[in-house]
Write a protein that binds this ligand. Structure first.
Ligand SMILES: Cc1cc2nc3c(=O)[nH]c(=O)nc-3n(C[C@H](O)[C@H](O)[C@H](O)COP(=O)(O)O)c2cc1C
Length: 320
């Protein structure tokens, strides 16, 4: 039986592999109060045949806990393995378990996981139920796309998630075929809301703070999830317009957090550049030529030094 969800705000940060690692999430959660950002999700955690051990799950949840819950997202096709992983995740403190039925990557499709399952609503129901029966008292959500090749089975997929026992249905309104296309059809979110009686979280195409309320008003979704726009501006949830220095400080802290948690400088630089590829907050990246120049810098100190300067901090690593 679906119970109360643990979010204090209807706006949620989407799971994004390669980006929403604990270091990034912690910075976003710290900068948006629980009344503005209700919760976040880990990057997807792939479960193949064996259930995952506590250490792996804790690694994805990260060392810090915030008032906002962070859901642990699982992707897999073995009901036993995902159910036992979910039990372990709940035991080590994951406040919510989320099932991924949206990943369009070739690897997911080859393993018949993620969005491959959109063509098999019966299997979706079995997988959701395997967790709902294993940990019936624990909040459980599932994230789908509007369909595989097209959106004709949207209602069937949504109802499979509900029948399996999920407490929340998140719908990315693009199909697998549409991947990450610019347009997002919110009519599909309205259809999902009409198809089920559990709460629906609408996702896809939120570009600005004002869209958070607009999506909910126009579609009837109780929750709204933000993906790439939160990489462009992590303050999108509170709607605060930050200065250039504040924006630079976020990126400096991101880099430092990655290093302090064991990343090499080269790896941290890669992650930082991935974020800079999206970044718009604070007018920090004035134009595309500037972005390209930053993305081409090879030495961590060069980019980090520039960001520290813009953040109004001492220029070098040594000067800390
Ligand atoms: C880089 C990247 C990684 C993603 N990784 C995941 C993931 O691990 N799990 C998942 O359910 N969705 C993942 N997604 C999809 C997002 O959660 C979201 O559904 C999608 O970006 C649409 O929302 P948007 O239009 O607000 O960006 C990813 C998206 C991006 C851009």
């Amino acid at each position: 039986m679906a119970g109360a969800l643990p979010f204090r705000s209807p706006a949620l940060l989407a799971p994004m592999e390669g980006v929403t690692d604990p270091a990034f999430r912690d910075l976003v959660l710290a900068r948006n109060p629980p009344e503005a950002l209700g919760g976040a999700f880990t990057e997807f955690v792939r479960v193949v045949r064996e259930p995952l051990p506590a250490k792996t799950l804790l690694g994805h949840l990260g060392p810090h806990r915030f008032p906002q819950p962070v859901g642990l997202q699982i992707m897999g096709t073995s009901p036993e393995a995902i159910a036992r992983t979910a039990r372990e995740a709940a035991r080590v403190g994951a406040p919510l378990i989320d099932l991924n039925f949206g990943c369009p990557s070739k690897r997911a499709l080859r393993g018949c996981a993620g969005s491959a399952l959109l063509d098999d609503p019966g299997k979706i129901e079995v997988l959701v139920r395997s967790i709902a029966q294993e940990i019936p008292e624990h909040p459980l959500s599932a994230k789908i796309r509007a369909g595989g090749e097209d959106d004709t089975r949207l209602e069937e997929i949504a109802q499979a998630v509900e029948a399996g026992g999920a407490w929340l249905l998140t719908v990315h309104c693009r199909t697998r075929k549409e991947a990450y296309r610019d347009t997002a059809d919110w009519e599909r979110l309205r259809r999902a809301v009409r198809a089920v009686s559990i709460p629906v979280c609408g996702n896809g195409g939120v570009e600005a703070h004002g869209d958070l309320a607009r999506l909910r008003e126009e579609t009837g979704c109780r929750y709204v999830m933000v993906g790439r726009a939160a990489l462009r501006d992590p303050w999108i949830f509170s709607g605060r317009r930050v200065t250039r220095a504040e924006a630079a400080r976020f990126l400096v802290e991101y880099f430092e957090t990655l290093l302090s948690r064991g990343s090499t400088a080269a790896k941290a630089l890669g992650r930082l550049k991935q974020l800079i590829g999206y970044w718009e907050a604070g007018g920090l990246v004035p134009d595309e030529a500037w972005r390209t120049r930053w993305l081409r810098l090879q030495e961590p100190e060069a980019l980090f030094g520039e960001l520290r300067g813009l953040a109004g901090l001492a220029l070098t690593l040594e000067a800390r």
